[in-house]
Design a protein. Structure first.
Length: 184
C-alpha cells in the first residue's frame, strides 16, 4: 500500500456478523435484504475454488519454490507461471464450451498433463484442437460441495537443517568439521 492509499483508508469500518450453520461469517455487505445469509454461505463456499486455484498455480505448475536469484527474475518467473496457468484455464474453458459442461468440472492437472504430452509429441493444437478439447473434457472431477481439507503437510520435510550460508562456505565447513549428526 502506498502512503496515499493508506491515508484514504477510513478510521472505522462497519461490519456485519451472520451466523450460518456452525460458522460465523463477518462481512462488509451490510444489508441483509440485499445479501442474505444463504448468499453469504454460498459465497464462502466458493472460496474453496480460490484455494484450489492457488494450489494448482503453485504445485501443478511448479511454482512452489522460485528458483531465480534476483527479485526481478523471480517476478518474471511468477508472470510466466501466471501466463501458463491462464493458457491451461483457456484450454479448459474452450473444451468445456465445446462439450457443454462447466469448466470447474474439468481436471486442471489432467489438462496440464494432456497439454504437455500434446506439445512434446509435436502435435499442433490449431490443426487438431477438436480432439484435444474432447480429451480434456473426458476427465471430470467430482462434485464436492462443502469439501474441507486439513491444512497440513502430508509429507514431512527431510531432517536436514536449512542451507543458510553460501554453498561454498557450507562445503568448506563440511570439509573441516564433517557432516552434522542426523537427528533421530
Amino acid at each position: 500500500m502506498t502512503h496515499e492509499q493508506y491515508a484514504r483508508v477510513p478510521e472505522d469500518i462497519m461490519l456485519r456478523e451472520a451466523k450460518v450453520g456452525h460458522q460465523v461469517l463477518v462481512t462488509t455487505l451490510l444489508e441483509p435484504r440485499e445479501v442474505s445469509k444463504s448468499d453469504l454461505s454460498a459465497l464462502y463456499a466458493r472460496r474453496w475454488n480460490v484455494e484450489l486455484d492457488l494450489r494448482n498455480l503453485k504445485t501443478t505448475t511448479g511454482m512452489e519454490v522460485l528458483s531465480c536469484q534476483t527479485p526481478q527474475m523471480n517476478e518474471k518467473q511468477m508472470w510466466v507461471h501466471l501466463l501458463a496457468y491462464n493458457v491451461i484455464r483457456l484450454l479448459m474453458a474452450q473444451a468445456a464450451c465445446k462439450a457443454g459442461v462447466d469448466p470447474r468440472g474439468l481436471s486442471f492437472k489432467h489438462t496440464v498433463q494432456l497439454w504437455t504430452e500434446w506439445t512434446t509429441r509435436g502435435l499442433c493444437a490449431a490443426k487438431d484442437n477438436q480432439r484435444l478439447f474432447a480429451l480434456i473434457a473426458q476427465s471430470k472431477v467430482g462434485h464436492r460441495p462443502g469439501r474441507i481439507e486439513p491444512r497440513m503437510r502430508k509429507r514431512r520435510p527431510k531432517p536436514y537443517p536449512w542451507l543458510k550460508t553460501p554453498r561454498e562456505q557450507a562445503r568448506r565447513h563440511v570439509q573441516r568439521h564433517g557432516h552434522a549428526c542426523r537427528p533421530k
